[in-house]
Ligand binder design. Sequence first.
Ligand code: SF4
Ligand code: SF4
Length: 477
Amino acid sequence: MSSTDQNPDRLYSAREPIFPRRVSGKFRSLKWWLLAICLGLYYLLPWVRWDRGPNLPDQAVLLDLANRRFFFFWIEIWPHEFYFVAGLLIMAGLGLFLFTSALGRVWCGYFCPQTVWTDLFILTERWIEGDRNKRVKLWNAKWDFRKVRLRMTKWTLWLAISIATGGAWVFYFADAPTLFWNLITLQAHPVAYSTILVLTLTTLILGGFMREQVCIYMCPWPRIQAAMMDEDTITIGYREWRGEPRGKHRKAEGAELLGDCIDCNACVNVCPMGIDIRDGQQLACITCGLCIDACDEVMDKIGKPRGLVDYMALSDEARERAGAAPKSIWKHVFRIRTVLYTTLWTAVGVGLIVALFVRAEIDMTVSPVRNPIFVTLSDGSIRNAYEVRVRNMHANDRWFEISVTPNDVFQLEVEGGQNGMVQVPADATKLVRVYVIAPPNSAPAQSQSSEMRLWLHDIEGDERSYNDTVFNGKAAR
Ligand code: SF4
Ligand code: SF4
């Protein structure tokens, strides 16, 4: 009996510890595979090398915050290309909408880091302390040497996993081998140590001790997902019309009136959320499928067909109750909502791929200098100054020519440059001051402002880029 049952005035109920039992079956195997792939990718990706030439980092995936770059294998994203990141986030959101409306909380059950790490922590716990019954016994046992030894071993392993998790995260932000060496020789930046500490503690607390409470109380996603699901969404349910009335005593009188559920609680005992799927759809259910494996095992043993607990759509309930076959899974999955999400997802994806292939490798931004707006030279000419930032996204140093149009009116000089030429190092930007001069009696010199265009020409690659701006004449005073 929970504390709220004992005292209905209390709003808080103390957590009942959950000891999920080991189970085997197709969904458990799928989850092991996905766990291995997700953790393998997370821990190993920063160590994958990718040769980009002498001037660029050779880490395949790197968030280079110091130089404001994101490297992903052959793709390099610059700060001004943040729309790629925004596009990827939109795709991730749409993908989540799509999978949730088609297959329910498949993200929560199979891919969410909270699920993956909790699974790893439970696996470790089971390895050290034994399966469900042994763990329950240990939980209820008095503290003695054995209990302390088992607990300390488990917590030490959990801590090691947490440190590895926090440690792997920082490797995405710097050259992994260098940072690893700096970390173990205590030469790394304090930010690296504090990030590892925070992530170690959050991993340990969320994955080791809080587990299902994160999903039930902290995560907003279960509430949002409910809005994306409908009666055609494939989710996990109990065929109550087949299982009820439930009963254990199959040999007792009247047993022939019982349903297929033998009330063995196997589905409850394997559930990492500690819930009973026979009570119907619940916010706490992460649709991990383990209760399906547990129940199928039981059905095999008692010689009944599998699928008493199964993936199903609510819209099939009436059909199945009437003894008809459920609709095919594809009819549930392909509906207006999922087709719309797929179309939007594909459109954003194609747009990003096209943008990636047509993006310019050179670029410039132009900021007119406002103080002063213009300068009158000794011969009466009017001169405006501009701060021009030239961006060279190539892997080698490049010479660029900066010019102006209309060039029959304006003259251009680059401060420190040679004939309007400027050299920009590989994969870098360079800020140069550019002067544009209009002769004394020319229209731009006399008028308030005149439109003009600054050009950037990559001499080696023959690429061009331009930026429109204005020239302020005497009337702008
Ligand atoms: S009820 Fe079944 S699917 Fe839902 S969380 Fe529990 S074991 Fe997983
Ligand atoms: S595992 Fe199947 S048979 Fe056992 S209690 Fe759950 S639904 Fe009933």
